[in-house]
Ligand binder design. Structure first.
Ligand SMILES: Cc1ncc(COP(=O)(O)O)c(C=O)c1O
Length: 477
């Protein structure tokens, strides 16, 4: 292989173009101190690939075609250098166009966002179901999957949505995707043309924003108030919108819950504009009160809502499984798109999740996580008292993150860096904004760490605040 590759590179780079004839195999073998069989194997392979020609009685030569090519151009110079790479417009200015997103978190710690409670995941049950599937029929697990998703999982999700989110749908309307992020890209491909307007919550979800930016959409930042997305702001800025992206059950990142009048207003605005609404219900299963407000989808009499769900929060993110629920009119166009470009998501995890739901383990897990996240949320608040002079930590009523607003004019970036140096992760709200946020603040995730870790991290954060305040001469009040 070494000889073959060395000769091949030499031939292709023109290094042998002037050579009349290659040394005889016996000579090469002696000079290189290797077996003649090895030399013959390498030469034979180059002959069979058309790089060398063997003429009986005359010897082995660089093939005529390659000599011509290498004599007319210096292949070394044509090798790809950065200035030769031709990227699409989207990729060429990606750094400027897309919101910066660090690697998504993988390790539990205070106060990373987006991670559920790995410490309480029912590993034994998951392992039992996983093992069971490898003992069943091979074709079902090892062949290409259905591009729309495993039928058993689509049915299980439809049943779950019915009982837990008040959504009545046919499994045929459900498409399994590789996480919510994949759903957003698919929806953009289905509905959005270059330059068309999308109402986007500001601040709002970074991944979704990038999916729509990548599709060439014109993102219109829409204000958030205590009732959620301000629909009047959208109507004012872009009455001709094509799509609206909303997180009504728990606004990402501010945590507001969209009021019922606002939900109805949004549906009506979409119907008036012949637009669609994406309802990203990423953590809506984890509400702390009695019953939450109805999902947008469950009151969608105009059939305007595309509901997106993910297993990244209810189970774990490395599964890369989510789903979208399309209104009936979009089912066939989505099927056409999915058939043409999707090979489906991995079958085996889908089969395990379907069983997990059908055996009632999913509903039980969600119920216990609801209680757990509430406890972790309350712990965060108890420990936030000491920090209250500096940071006003908001009460959440769902999910596993909340926000804290700064009460003093700190050098905010420096503060986030100091917290990070002390081992506490804070996400600046500004990262979630298309236009600057109205208030300075941070997002605090409390799902993945236990009460002791939350307490210890809050104490550290208070210390960092106090030291920073002292350094810049701010008194505690
Ligand atoms: C607003 C929002 N939606 C959905 C998701 C889940 O995305 P995925 O299913 O691609 O992991 C996240 C992840 O943090 C999110 O912040």
């Amino acid at each position: 292989m070494q000889l073959y590759m060395a000769l091949r590179d030499l031939i292709l780079s023109g290094g042998l173009a002037d050579a009349d004839r290659l040394p005889a195999s016996r000579t090469l073998a002696t000079e290189l101190a290797i077996s003649r069989t090895t030399v013959i194997d390498a030469l034979d392979r180059l002959v069979s690939e058309g790089l060398l020609e063997s003429r009986v009685g005359a010897g082995t030569f660089v093939s005529h075609a390659v000599r011509e090519k290498t004599q007319t151009q210096d292949l070394n110079k044509v090798s790809v250098t950065p200035s030769h790479i031709r990227l699409s417009d989207t990729a060429a200015d990606a750094a400027a166009r897309f919101a910066h997103r660090d690697r998504l978190p993988h390790q539990s710690s205070a106060f990373v966002t987006a991670l559920p409670a790995f410490d309480k995941f029912p590993m034994a049950q998951w392992a039992r179901l996983s093992a069971r599937h490898w003992r069943t029929e091979r074709d079902a697990l090892m062949g290409y999957g259905d591009p729309f998703g495993l039928p058993a999982l689509r049915s299980a999700i439809a049943a779950h949505l019915n009982t837990s989110r008040g959504i009545h749908c046919d499994p045929d309307q459900i498409f399994i995707v590789g996480g919510a992020q994949h759903a957003f890209s698919l929806i953009a491909r289905l509905l959005v043309n270059q330059g068309e307007k999308i109402w986007f919550e500001n601040p709002g979800a970074i991944g979704a924003r990038n999916a729509f930016t990548g599709a060439g959409a014109d993102l219109v930042p829409i204000d958030i108030d205590d009732d959620g997305m301000v629909v009047a702001d959208g109507v004012n800025k872009a009455p001709d919108f094509r799509l609206a992206f909303a997180t009504p059950s728990h606004q990402q990142p501010l945590g507001k819950i969209m009021s019922l009048p606002r939900r109805l207003e949004l549906l009506e605005a979409a119907s008036d504009a012949n637009a669609y609404v994406i309802e990203d219900d990423y953590d809506g299963d984890f509400y702390f009160g009695s019953q939450p407000l109805p999902t947008l989808k469950s009151i969608d009499t105009h059939q305007r809502v595309i509901y997106v769900g993910t297993f990244s929060k209810t189970l774990f993110p490395s599964l890369r499984l989510g789903f979208l629920l399309a209104p009936p009119a979009l089912v066939d166009p989505l099927k056409t798109l999915a058939h043409s470009s999707l090979s489906g998501t991995p079958t085996w995890p889908q089969a395990v999740v379907a069983d997990f739901i059908n055996e009632g383990l999913f509903a039980t897990h969600i119920r216990s996580m609801r209680t757990l996240y509430r406890e972790r949320h309350d712990a965060l608040h108890r420990h936030a008292e000491a920090i209250a002079p500096y940071l006003e930590v908001q009460r959440a009523s769902a999910g596993f993150h909340t926000v804290g607003f700064l009460k003093k004019p700190f050098d905010f970036r420096r503060f986030v860096d100091l917290a990070s140096a002390a081992g506490v992760v804070l996400s600046d709200i500004e990262k979630y904004c298309i236009v600057p946020a109205k208030t300075k603040g941070v997002v605090l995730g409390y799902g993945s760490c236990d009460r002791q870790q939350i307490g210890a991290a809050m104490n550290k954060l208070t210390q960092v605040f106090e030291e920073h305040a002292k350094q810049i001469g701010l008194e505690k009040y």
